[in-house]
Design a protein. Structure first.
Length: 67
């Protein structure tokens, strides 16, 4: 089964039970230098191996160097 979730503003069908780590791999994103917010709440890295659960939106933010 899949769940429709908005990831960075784009409607995306994700497999049920997907973890943050699996999501990053699925999107070909690095596991370092990123922050994840699920329904507006930042997910600590210590929880990235547990399922995303029921959610409506996921924001993936990457660190950028500059100033």
């Amino acid at each position: 089964m899949t769940t429709d979730v908005v990831v960075n503003g784009v409607a995306t069908a994700l497999p049920d039970g997907m973890t943050v780590v699996e999501l990053l791999d699925h999107l070909d994103l690095p596991r370092t230098g990123v922050a994840i917010a699920v329904d507006g709440q930042v997910r600590p890295k210590s929880t990235w191996h547990t399922g995303l659960g029921s959610c409506g939106s996921i924001e993936i933010l990457t660190a950028v160097q500059g100033g």
